[in-house]
Design a protein around this ligand. Structure first.
Ligand code: ATP
Ligand code: MG
Length: 416
């Protein structure tokens, strides 16, 4: 017996309608905000993530699934969605076209993490990527996309925002942070000790308790923003207010990826305990240039689909199962089975979700089966129905019975 790899999950046939529902809301919201879908490969050259995600991040340091292909090239399974999109945008010259470039993706994401509830080694993300707009109104729009989706699926979330400035203001802040951390250097974890020189901001994102304790009174980056970054952040807040969206400024949010500039945000819920973040994003104005493309600003987010489903389940939110058959045709005897087969195919072509017996069952077990698959209506045919070319359509929810002809158009009329 070979088991499923640790940290991965099957979506079983009885459950997949829940995914389809969330995916349909994703598509609906995407179209409302005029986003087009982009699909990029599941694997990329490892170099892309080293340069794109950043080599001081947890993802690059410990979480990537990296291997050499048969020609010895280093390949990595996507550990996040943005880098591949940026690669494609540059490679296809998409920023030469109409701007802003507004896109979304849905992708599997692979991270070698310690599996727990809501934390998998393969999960799926819905993400948004918008290129070309530098104003904070676009940051607000991106936040509203995530909010609209979470609202539509019935979740209550709180928005946390922060600004981590630009390289100019971050320089001053990094000095102040290093000065503050200097005396506690021996108390922070070895990984953070390494971050101290390379990227001290990252220390604020460490999940180790001792590092969190040391950082509790650290200077806040928001107090070190340059005038432009300050104005951008104020503008974001005003657009969020125009939309009537409540937020909390949380100076501890710095996000786990190196590429962010200015706006960073997270949507959190308290229902899921420690894995309460459902969505994280922000602005990354220097990423495209850093990966060899033109100087184009970007803003976006990534949202965990498994976490959304998990939260919906925890809250008892019911999802309508649209896969239920409209009709089950039970048959008694071989002639009736042939008639059922004929009608069933005709009805399917006419747009009726229809099912019949394929297990040579007697009529009673057929009824049991129709009940099990929650068929909304049942027609039973035997020799006498064939002879009279008529039958009775029984609505399984209301119990109502309606006489009908044994003809595709007549049955279809009753069901569509
Ligand atoms: P966390 O702080 O929970 O590790 P993160 O900062 O690593 O999250 P991002 O890289 O921003 O998360 O990913 C965006 C979203 O993807 C998260 O908000 C979360 O909903 C989801 N997510 C991230 N890692 C996992 C995982 N291992 N399993 C399931 N969902 C995940
Ligand atoms: Mg993480």
């Amino acid at each position: 017996m070979i088991n499923i790899p640790k940290g991965t999950k099957d979506v079983l046939p009885e459950q997949s309608y829940k995914w389809h529902y969330v995916e349909s809301v994703i598509r609906e919201v995407a179209s409302l905000f005029f986003l087009k879908e982009i699909r990029t490969p599941t694997f990329e050259h490892t170099e892309l993530f080293l340069r794109g995600v950043g080599d001081t991040t947890d993802i690059v340091n410990k979480e990537m699934y990296t291997f050499n292909d048969k020609k010895g090239r280093s390949i990595t399974l996507k550990p996040e969605g943005t880098a591949g999109v940026v690669r494609s945008v540059i490679e296809n010259g998409l920023t030469n076209n109409v701007m802003p470039l507004k896109m979304y993706y849905e992708t599997p994401v692979f991270r070698y993490e310690r599996p727990q509830a809501g934390r998998l080694r393969e999960h799926h993300q819905f993400g948004v990527e918008i290129y070309g707009a530098k104003g904070a109104d676009m940051d607000a729009e991106v936040i509203l996309i995530a909010y609209t989706l979470l609202k539509k699926v019935g979740l209550n979330v709180a928005l946390n925002i922060n600004s981590i400035g630009c390289p100019t203001c971050r320089k001053a802040y990094n000095e102040a942070l290093k000065e503050y951390l200097k005396d506690s250097f021996n108390e922070i974890c070895p990984v953070c000790q390494e971050r101290y020189e390379k990227n001290p901001l990252r220390i604020l994102d460490c999940k180790e308790e001792k590092c969190k304790a040391v950082c509790a009174k650290a200077p806040k980056i928001i107090d070190y923003l340059c005038d432009d970054c300050k104005e951008h952040f104020e503008s974001l807040k005003s657009y969020l207010s125009i939309a009537g969206l409540e937020y909390t400024v949380n100076p501890n949010i710095v996000r786990g990826l190196d590429y962010y500039t200015r706006t960073v945000f997270e949507f959190v819920t308290t229902d899921l305990g420690s894995q309460g973040t459902v969505c994280g994003g922000g602005r990354y104005d220097n990423l495209v240039k850093q990966l060899g493309g033109p100087d184009v600003p970007c803003v976006g987010f990534g949202m965990g689909i498994e976490r959304i489903l998990m939260l919906m389940e925890a809250k008892g939110i019911e999802i309508e199962d649209r896969t239920l058959p409209d009709l089950y045709i039970a048959s008694i005897g071989e002639n009736a089975h042939k008639k059922a087969f004929e009608l069933c195919y005709g009805l399917r072509l006419a747009g009726v979700k229809c099912e019949i017996d394929h297990m040579q069952r007697g009529v009673k077990p057929q009824f049991k089966y129709a009940d099990k698959i929650r068929a909304l209506n049942v027609i039973t045919i035997g020799d006498s129905e064939i002879e009279s070319s008529s039958a009775t359509l029984k609505n399984m929810v209301s119990g109502e019975q309606t006489p009908c002809k044994l003809a595709v158009e007549d049955i279809a009329k009753l069901l569509i």
